[in-house]
Design a binder for this molecule. Structure first.
Ligand code: SIN
Length: 294
């Protein structure tokens, strides 16, 4: 079996993995290679893939339990663990969630069992003047932790942050004119706010990461509200410093996989309604690392 070639981006995050056909059965050794590469680079591109939706789901499921998104919006028929991110309107109807992830966040920090990985398959990528649009940007949370002032690291050690799914959802409706309907009572009950430590130890590479994000983090539980809010505002600015960032530009046929412990991400909304972006996505819960939380 040929050994996959891993080519680092040379930036804070990111590598390209060549020589793996994700439509074919993946051996355990290859799963280990991908896990190690995620530990080292956090964001992986698998170029030139040709996948069915089931292939995407089966590959993703090798890494943990797949999440069924609480919003129940735009799931692949018969495969609710695959979500469709699309700005294409067909016969007057949207074909997917048009504005998923358009703001810095970490997927599933609002869940009791947090996310390990996202796996996205690029089927249509918008272009203008020959250049791809709709990039996915990342920021390294190991670099963000390392770059924190020492006294703040000490101050926050052992503290926890409250995360709420509804924060990002409402921000999209309020500030970005999203057509999303408000979450129902049942959806809010299915994902009540949860708390996680503000610093986690990355389960693959053992490094400390900052685990807070502007999309879902609400407050620091153990601090007075005003002080906690000021610190969160500082963290939100600090964690997207340019030197921590990596911008991924899509090519049709790319599979993009990233781990959510050591990164936050943002889907760049720089394309118009007639510049089509169509992507299928699986979210892998961190059951492999934190089975007790499931
Ligand atoms: C996401 O936040 O999972 C979506 C990212 C993207 O569409 O680039």
């Amino acid at each position: 079996m040929p050994v996959p070639e891993i080519i680092p981006s040379g930036e804070a995050l990111g590598a390209t993995v060549k020589g793996l056909d994700l439509a074919a059965p993946i051996a355990e050794a290859e799963v280990d290679t991908v896990l190690r590469a995620l530990g080292a680079y956090s964001v992986l591109r698998f170029p030139d893939q040709s996948l069915t939706t089931a292939d995407l789901r089966n590959f993703s499921a090798r890494f943990g339990e797949l999440e069924i998104n609480v919003a129940n919006a735009f799931q692949e028929p018969g495969m609710p663990e695959v979500m469709i991110l699309s700005n294409i309107v067909k016969d007057g109807r949207p074909t997917g969630l048009a504005d998923a992830g358009q703001g810095w966040h970490t997927d599933m920090s609002y869940s009791k069992t947090i996310a390990f990985a996202n796996v996205l398959y690029g089927i249509e990528i918008p272009h203008r003047d020959g250049r791809p649009l709709g990039a996915t940007e990342f920021s390294s949370m190991t670099a963000a932790y390392d770059g924190l002032p020492e006294d703040l690291k000490r101050r926050l050690e052992g503290k926890t942050v409250l995360h709420d799914f509804n924060k990002f959802w409402e921000m999209m409706r309020r500030e970005k004119g999203s057509a999303r309907a408000p979450l129902t009572e049942a959806q809010r009950k299915a994902k009540p706010p949860v708390s996680h430590p503000v610093f986690l130890t990355h389960p693959i590479n053992g490094r400390k990461v900052l685990y807070a994000n502007p999309g879902y983090s609400m407050r620091i539980n153990e601090l007075p509200e005003k002080e906690g809010d000021e610190i969160l505002a500082f963290l939100f600015e600090h964690q997207v410093r340019p030197e921590y960032r990596y911008r991924f530009s899509w090519t049709k046929g790319d599979v993009l996989m990233w781990e959510n412990f050591g990164t936050i991400h943002n889907a760049v909304a720089d394309y118009g309604p007639h510049e089509h972006r169509f992507i299928k996505r699986c979210q892998v819960a961190a059951t492999r690392f934190f089975p007790e939380a499931a």
